[in-house]
Design a protein around this ligand. Structure first.
Ligand SMILES: [Zn+2]
Length: 463
């Protein structure tokens, strides 16, 4: 997913915290913990960098784990190199099924920027290192362990539990979940609920201060702008495609995207602010009507401001090859994220008008507007119960994220999908998502594996 976790460290608690909390608190070790950690390390060693993905190796690994426990699991998908893995624990019940979703692919990693090689699954300093350690191979293993737990205990189920790990999420998911939903609807028969990445928590040292259940996302609109000109010798001074592109991009940069407060952001901020007397509480209190624009601009970091407006970010540029040749073609890509209520069609028109004769605008990806998943109901109640028990006193609220995940394809079909963040993550580790040195604390991983298992038991097992 394209987001960085929000987290906060309380320095005072940091210095008081015992160094080895598990031993200090005497919490018994989860019997599944060594198995889960081994599985994560093994999974991290499979290079599923997208592009190209090569997710089949990851899918086959997960399939092997499921089959070894007696869960029939199949590889699905039309591209032999980019398979998904699918398994269903049948309940015989007509209750809506729960689908445990993850993506197999990871974003590229430049080994020269890493302290440990990104695909070695190294354990060092209390951490498990590797591309995908947070996004999202750890989550997949937690889901896998939840399924294995139900199977091994011969649990009586109230509803089917579906396990699905897919390719292509990091490049938009069209060749992953979207294609499966379109071409293999039988796999999703009676699925009413999805648990996926995308939620958040705020971890101070080793305590959760806030749980965010993601119920809605901003809608992505990715555009490519291409400018063309005659080209020729640089000394002739003709109009260059690069100059035209610069004019187009300057006009795009000038598009105004006013601040506005959506209902879900207001709710999240109110829940967070009510529980906080510190600086973060003060920031959250800026997310309410009437919006104090001057203060928002001055005091809120970009991640918060992105929850209050559509964002337009020019990301890639490509033009020219040598200094004395006028390029005939120049391109740029623009990453736009729209708040609920804004439409891709309207924004596209505004960009086209801004670009005018300086270039043509092509749509790379236009997300669908999707209904918000309800911040109530049986699964939301399960999450509330289990997460509150895991972190007594921490408030929980529905959140909207600026990022995009595969949950949107399910929401578009009226299926309730929640993004959750079962693992504690300190802010300095959260920054490694999509960056160098991606890692997860072994202890936080083990705790999150338990949280996921409890959620699945709570929601799916007969009482
Ligand atoms: Zn992800």
């Amino acid at each position: 997913m394209n987001r960085r976790g929000a987290a906060l460290v309380l320095l005072t608690s940091f210095f008081l915290a015992p160094l080895n909390c598990r031993k200090a608190s005497g919490t018994p070790q989860d019997p599944l913990e060594p198995e889960a950690e081994e599985a994560l390390v093994e999974y991290l060693r499979i290079d599923t960098t997208n592009p190209p993905g090569n997710e089949t190796a990851g899918a086959a690994f997960l399939q092997k784990k499921l089959v070894a426990a007696g869960v029939p699991a199949q590889l699905v998908g039309s591209d032999p190199k980019r398979q998904a893995v699918y398994a269903r624990l049948a309940s015989g019940s007509p209750e809506k099924a729960l689908l445990l979703l993850s993506h197999i692919d990871v974003v590229p990693a430049d080994p020269s920027a890493w302290r440990n090689p990104p695909f070695e699954g190294k354990r060092e300093g209390g951490y498990i290192w590797g591309r995908g350690a947070l996004d999202m191979k750890s989550f997949a293993i937690a889901e896998l362990m939840a399924v294995l737990d139900l199977k091994r205990r011969g649990a009586k189920l109230r509803r089917d539990v579906v396990f699905l790990a897919t390719p292509d999420e990091e490049r938009g998911g069209l060749d992953g979940v979207k294609k499966l939903l379109d071409t293999r609807p039988e796999l999703f028969a009676n699925v009413g609920f999805v648990l996926n990445e995308g939620g958040s928590n705020e971890t101070a040292v080793d305590k959760i201060l806030f749980w965010g259940i993601e119920v809605q996302q901003k809608v992505p609109l990715w555009l490519r702008v291409t400018s063309e000109s005659q080209g020729g010798h640089g000394a002739a001074g003709g109009e260059s495609a690069t100059s035209k592109l610069i004019r187009a991009l300057a006009a795009i940069d000038a598009i105004e995207t006013p601040y506005r407060l959506t209902e879900v952001v207001a709710r999240t901020a109110a829940a967070g602010a009510a529980a906080r007397k510190d600086g973060r509480g003060a920031k959250l209190r800026l997310l309410r009507e009437p919006l104090d624009i001057a203060k928002i601009e001055k005091e809120l970091p970009p991640g918060y401001r992105a929850l209050l407006r559509d964002t337009i970010t020019i990301t890639t540029l490509s033009a020219g090859s040598v200094v004395n040749v006028v390029p005939s073609r120049a391109t740029a890509e623009i990453d736009i994220r729209l708040l609920p209520g804004s439409t891709t069609g309207e924004m596209l028109e505004r960009v086209r008008a801004a670009v005018g004769k300086n270039g043509k605008v092509e749509v790379m990806l236009a997300g669908e507007a999707t209904p918000e998943s309800p911040a109530s109901g049986e699964l939301y109640d399960s999450l509330t119960r289990v997460l509150k028990a895991a972190a007594p006193g921490a408030p929980l609220a529905p959140v909207v994220t600026p990022a995009t995940t595969d949950s949107r394809f399910f929401r578009a079909r009226g299926i309730t999908a929640y993004g959750i963040a079962p693992f504690k993550v300190n802010y300095y580790d959260a920054d490694s998502v999509h960056g160098a040195d991606e890692r997860i604390r072994s202890r936080f991983f083990a705790e999150g594996v338990q949280v996921m298992r409890k959620v699945v038991r709570d929601f799916c097992e007969r009482r």
